[in-house]
Design a binder for this molecule. Structure first.
Ligand SMILES: [Zn+2]
Length: 229
């Protein structure tokens, strides 16, 4: 039995539960209330992954172009790679690609990349002492950070995988943007989604791990690019 989690943003234990959500009284960040919905694991593991369509392939290519404008090296680790579109776009541009996802169905999207991708849980992966610690130019969380049980541990793992001067890429929809899209939008993302941060909370999480924010882009999802020392 786990204890109720701390706030992943500010580490406070002062969380006010209003199921299905809980808010941190110190920083205001909202999470799924504890205990997290027991169906999550099965839903995430059993996801059916649609093959990327032309729009998705184009947007994945755009993400690789954006990353190339920020780093010289071409080694990427994609946390929760899903349909594998970003990894496939990277591989076509001679990036060394790797990643992890909970859903075995994800392998179907990138059959030729099976050697370097893993099915499993990023939070229990040995990111700090594994063979590939400190070896990536980019660690990516594209709509995956908010699904992790503990975003703080996830960011710690990302920092451990980065080479000096490497970047973390985060893309997600902040809570107030969800509210703008309709009263039930936040609730509709349950039970898969744990974290419902505002943009300020993501900035604080990146800073907490010694990362410097270089870019913040407001779009369908907000994007942050933050560099390690
Ligand atoms: Zn907090």
């Amino acid at each position: 039995m786990h204890d109720a989690p701390r706030c992943p943003i500010c580490d406070s234990r002062d969380l006010r539960a209003e199921p299905p959500f809980a808010s941190c009284l110190a920083c205001g960040c909202v999470q799924q209330s504890w205990p997290f919905d027991a169906r999550r694991r099965d839903i995430l593991t059993g996801q059916v992954i649609a093959a990327p369509d032309a729009n998705r392939i184009e947007s994945a290519r755009g993400i690789i172009d954006l990353l190339q404008s920020h780093v010289h090296g071409r080694r990427i680790f994609d946390v929760g790679f899903g349909d594998g579109a970003v990894l496939a776009a990277g591989a076509r541009k001679s990036w060394q690609v790797a990643g992890i996802d909970l859903a075995p169905a994800c392998l179907a999207g990138v059959p030729d990349l099976e050697a370097t991708i893993e099915i499993g849980d990023f939070l229990t992966r040995d990111n700090e002492r594994g063979d590939d610690a400190g070896s990536y130019d980019v660690v990516m969380f594209s709509y995956s950070l908010e699904q992790m049980d503990d975003a703080n541990v996830a960011m710690q793992g990302a920092s451990a995988l980065l080479s000096p001067g490497g970047i973390v890429y985060v893309e997600l929809v902040p809570l107030s943007e969800l509210h703008d899209r309709g009263p039930d939008r936040a609730r509709n993302e349950l039970p898969q989604r744990v974290l419902f941060p505002e943009a300020q909370h993501i900035r604080e999480l990146l800073w907490k791990h010694g990362l410097t924010i270089e870019d913040e882009t407001v779009g369908v999802g907000w994007r942050w690019i933050a560099r390690s020392r």
